[in-house]
Design a protein around this ligand. Structure first.
Ligand code: B12
Length: 475
């Protein structure tokens, strides 16, 4: 018999992908974390209510036994507001997700409890403590969860007709790349953990959709494993897309299997067209001189390439925007997303910039990869902000869209158009006019859930955690 209600909330973030743009639909919503949390809550004990504030309003009158809030950095402030409001009514609050995992002491100023990292191995203790009125402080498992026997995400809670991409299946956690700007290695580690292939297939067969997004940090991370998954997906009449890195996306056998098993699009973090820049941020796997051939090869298998690029690296000069877009149009990328480098708290980029006193704004709402929160090395902050806008607008002009449209070949034309139209309209309606205003720095230092493996980085993290912040209240 059910005894209580747990209200899980994804706070609003006004970003390109989460804003309902066409047909009242958003391109995605980052809900995978909450669907995984919901899956761990015993159905016979609690009813779970899921609210995604990007598409619906929060019912602040709902008298839940627990409110759980998930947050990336850019919407954690909204998460804190929501927490404060429910807490004022005496409802216990728990927070999780990437930002609270890196800054648990900050989140504890608004929540009774915080999960650092994964929820699966601590949920029983949390619910037990909740029952006894003792749920407080941080919950962190000493080991990473094995991905064997994971519960099916609660897709039944999703308002499916409000998203273009609705199903996010994880086949692995972790990543072999130690890119300095990314939180993944410090959240899930530099090794892959894999879900058994039959369990991946079972989830796909039972999720109620034939169009799947594979939510791994790098689905093509190792040579053999993705092939096993793709062989198992063959003949199941599904269409899938995934995030991968560039190296194994050049492997013909990989691409052949991808095409045969229903792959329509690969999202690839190309990040920069400068090899020196890529090396400086430890994205050694990317070779810009091979990017154009890679796009052409992926196309030859009827698969689209969604290129992810970042501007604002230390090697970037004001010419980088036009050069990159010209390259992207010439290489015939199907869609591109351009992000402003963002020193997410606890990443190596954060520690490097912090040490050099280059971070200007600590207003987390600005950490959305659209605002400039730091002093770039070779351009003015305004040039970065304006250049970013220009990159979007020039990649998605009607003439660029027309020239890149896949009239020939087997690429999925409807999906191609949806992505181009969503990204174009999102870029045109993006309302970021200025760079982020300076703010004082927080007096709480981040602490990655998993410490970096490299000795000097590990030392830098620990040193920063001990040092009082500049201008912090020493009381
Ligand atoms: C797939 C992915 C996406 C997908 C999300 C799909 C989806 N439906 O969720 C898409 C493509 C939409 C996406 C978008 C973005 N992403 Co993203 N994404 C990821 C990635 C690779 C995996 C996330 C995921 O699905 N994990 C699987 C779930 C099950 O894990 P999880 O969310 O961590 O949840 C677990 C725990 O955290 C915990 N938990 C989570 N929430 C809660 C809540 C409660 C109450 C509790 C108790 C526990 C709990 O329990 C879960 C199970 O163990 C991560 C890397 C990473 N390690 O997180 C980056 C990552 C989360 N993304 C990131 C970023 C920056 C973005 C974008 C801003 C990029 C952009 N320029 O647009 C946008 C944000 C969109 C927005 N504004 O909301 C950053 C966030 C950094 C930060 N500090 O905020 C990450 C960490 C990658 C990085 N660069 O470092 N992303």
């Amino acid at each position: 018999m059910r005894t209580g209600i747990i209200h899980l909330i994804n706070p609003k973030t006004d970003s390109l992908t989460t804003r309902p743009i066409y047909f009242n639909r958003a391109l995605y919503s980052p809900l995978a974390g909450l669907l995984a949390v919901a899956a761990c809550i015993p159905r016979d004990q609690y009813e779970v209510v899921l609210t995604d504030e990007n598409i619906e309003t929060i019912d602040f009158d709902l008298k839940a036994d627990l409110v759980g809030i998930s947050a990336m950095t850019s919407y954690v402030n909204r998460g804190y507001e929501i927490a404060d409001r429910f807490r004022a009514q005496g409802i216990p609050i728990i927070m999780g997700g990437v930002h609270p995992s890196f800054m648990p002491q900050e989140a504890l100023q608004h929540a009774d409890a915080v999960v650092i990292g994964e929820v699966e191995l601590v949920i029983d203790r949390i619910l037990d403590d909740l029952k006894h009125g003792e749920m407080r402080g941080t919950y962190k498992s000493n080991v990473l969860v094995s991905m064997q026997g994971m519960r099916m995400p609660r897709y039944d809670l999703l308002k499916r007709n409000r998203y273009v991409n609705r199903t996010f299946v994880q086949t692995s956690r972790g990543c072999h790349q130690g890119c300095t700007f990314c939180a993944e290695p410090l959240m899930n580690g530099l090794r892959f953990r894999y879900r058994p292939v039959d369990e991946v297939v079972a989830e796909i067969e039972n999720c109620g959709e034939r169009v799947i997004s594979i939510n791994d940090a790098d689905f093509f991370g190792t040579p053999e494993r993705p092939k096993e998954v793709m062989r198992a997906l063959k003949g199941r009449n599904i269409q899938w897309q995934a995030g991968v890195t560039s190296k194994l996306a050049q492997d013909d056998q990989m691409l052949e299997l991808a095409a045969e098993s229903g792959c329509t699009m690969l999202s690839i973090g190309f990040e920069s067209i400068s090899r020196a820049t890529l090396q400086s941020v430890h994205k050694h796997v990317n070779r810009p001189d091979a990017f154009a051939a890679l796009v052409e090869k992926v196309h030859s298998y009827g698969i689209m390439v969604f290129g992810l690029f970042i501007f604002g690296f230390d090697g970037d000069e004001p010419t980088v925007f036009d050069e990159t877009v010209k390259f992207n149009i010439g290489a015939n990328y199907d869609a591109c997303a351009y992000s402003c480098l963002t020193p997410y708290p606890g990443t190596l980029t954060w520690y490097e910039m912090k040490k050099a006193h280059r971070i200007v704004s600590f207003d987390w709402t600005m950490y959305d990869q659209g605002h400039v929160v730091f002093r770039p090395a070779k351009m003015e902050p305004d040039q970065l902000r304006i250049g970013l806008d220009r990159a979007y607008n020039s990649f998605y002009t009607p003439s660029s869209i027309a020239s890149r449209f896949p009239f020939r070949g087997k690429r999925h034309r409807t999906q191609w158009l949806i992505y181009n139209l969503f990204m174009r309209k999102a870029a045109l309606t993006e309302n970021i006019e200025s760079i982020a205003a300076p703010t004082p720095e927080p007096n709480i230092a981040p602490m990655p859930p998993i410490l970096p493996t490299k000795h000097e980085w590990r030392a830098a993290v620990l040193e920063a955690a001990e040092a009082p912040a500049v201008g912090a209240d020493s009381a």
